[in-house]
Write a protein that binds this ligand. Structure first.
Ligand SMILES: [Zn+2]
Length: 187
């Protein structure tokens, strides 16, 4: 059980395609699951924010993500198996490049298939902020970062500036049918 340093933008492990979990009982999987939990809880305690981490962010290129919103939630081999007909714009951020915000376009509804910590197959429907969060973390497993997905005319912003100029507007735009121009969060 270890609290890990978060791997930062430029570290090649963030660009690897992570390997699927083949045995949910293996010591490596259990160890990475515990370390993700402890590392996220440490980040939350120190920064007051943080809802999820992916295994490559602690240097383990395995298809595992750990989410903690209300309860601990470990997802092994998560895969998006369906997307709804609407997208939305989100000002997103990532522990691998703190204080740098990127506006991205995400599906508003998704369905995700995964194995839980006991190796049982599960499906979850997610919408809005949770859908965005899962898309962000699943992207990490393919070596994709939000800096690869800028959307809109001026999609990059330091957090300090974001707070000044967009803070009142909020992180999430309105769900909009795909292929129509997306609106930012309502002012
Ligand atoms: Zn991230």
């Amino acid at each position: 059980m270890t609290i890990h340093r978060i791997r930062l933008l430029g570290d090649p492990v963030l660009r690897m395609r992570s390997e699927p979990v083949t045995n949910h009982r293996s010591p490596a999987v259990r160890l990475v699951g515990t370390d993700l939990k402890e590392t996220l809880q440490d980040l939350k305690a120190r920064h007051g924010i943080g809802r999820a981490l992916s295994a490559p962010q602690i240097g383990a290129p395995m298809r595992m993500i750990y989410v903690e919103i209300d309860e601990p939630w470990l997802l092994l081999n998560p895969e998006i198996i369906d997307v709804g007909v609407e997208d939305f714009l989100v000002w997103d951020s990532c522990f691998s490049f703190p204080d740098f915000m990127v506006q991205v376009q995400r599906a508003y509804h998704i369905r995700v298939n995964y194995l839980d910590a006991r190796g049982k197959e599960q499906e979850v429907d997610a919408q809005g902020p949770l859908a965005e969060l899962l898309q962000h973390e699943i992207d990490h497993l393919d070596g994709v970062l939000i800096v690869d997905r800028p959307a809109g005319l001026d999609p990059f912003c330091l957090r300090e500036e974001w707070n000044k100029h967009y803070g009142d507007v909020g992180l999430y735009g309105e769900p909009t049918p795909r292929h129509e121009p997306l609106a930012s969060a309502p002012i």
